[in-house]
Design a protein around this ligand. Structure first.
Ligand code: AMP
Length: 191
């Protein structure tokens, strides 16, 4: 099963995607995690990506599309994966479609996790102190959310037109949210 999981930073997307990959037994591709790892490693990709990430801006499409393509061609993604944080732009969405079509695969569903903005900001600023993430101070958080909302509408409209978009209410406990996600995923192929 190929799933795109969209949600603003702080929406609980990380927690829910971890649960979902475990439930479905598919690979988890988080471009945020992959890019943070590249920065830590000090690889060429990491050096190029760091400035954008520290500013709360998107990393250029070419870089992100390349790492996702490489990752998706690995054997553990042959039967599916959960894409977390990708695609974030129309170019990325089109590149993903092309990749899937060339490999005779297709997306099953696009999940959009919606959460209250004030709740999201307070969660993110709280996370800065516990995880010591340089990109989570309040100014950067606000910038990241603005970038997210500007871009997300383009991507979600694109998938809505294809009839792939499912909106999930992200408010409530992690268990409550996961029940809503499972309901959507379990119904696939049954309608
Ligand atoms: P995330 O953990 O998904 O919020 O990503 C953290 C940061 O990594 C973002 O603020 C971007 O700078 C970068 N990033 C992650 N995924 C993408 C993507 N699909 N396209 C561009 N930049 C990305």
């Amino acid at each position: 099963m190929f799933i795109v999981f969209i949600g603003p930073p702080g929406s609980g997307k990380g927690t829910q995607s971890n649960r979902l990959v475990e439930y479905l037994g598919v690979a988890h591709l988080s471009t945020g995690d992959m890019l943070r790892f590249a920065v830590q490693e000090g690889s060429e990709l990491g050096k190029e990506a760091k400035g954008y990430m520290d500013n709360g801006a998107l990393v250029p499409d070419e870089l992100v599309v390349d790492i996702v393509g490489l990752r998706m061609s690995q054997p553990d993604c042959a039967n599916g994966c959960l894409l977390d944080g990708f695609p974030r732009t129309l170019n990325q969405a089109v590149a993903l479609d092309e990749y899937l079509r060339e490999n005779e695969k297709a997306l099953d569903v696009v999940l959009e996790l919606k959460a209250d903005e004030a709740e999201v900001i307070s969660r993110l600023v709280g996370r800065a102190t516990t995880e010591n993430r340089a990109d989570d101070d309040s100014e950067t958080v606000t910038k990241r959310l603005k970038v997210f909302h500007q871009q997300a509408a383009i991507v979600t409209d694109y998938y809505k037109e294809q009839g792939l978009l499912e909106i999930i209410d992200g408010m409530g406990s992690p268990d409550e949210v996961f029940v809503r996600i499972k309901r959507v995923v379990d119904s696939l192929g049954n309608d």
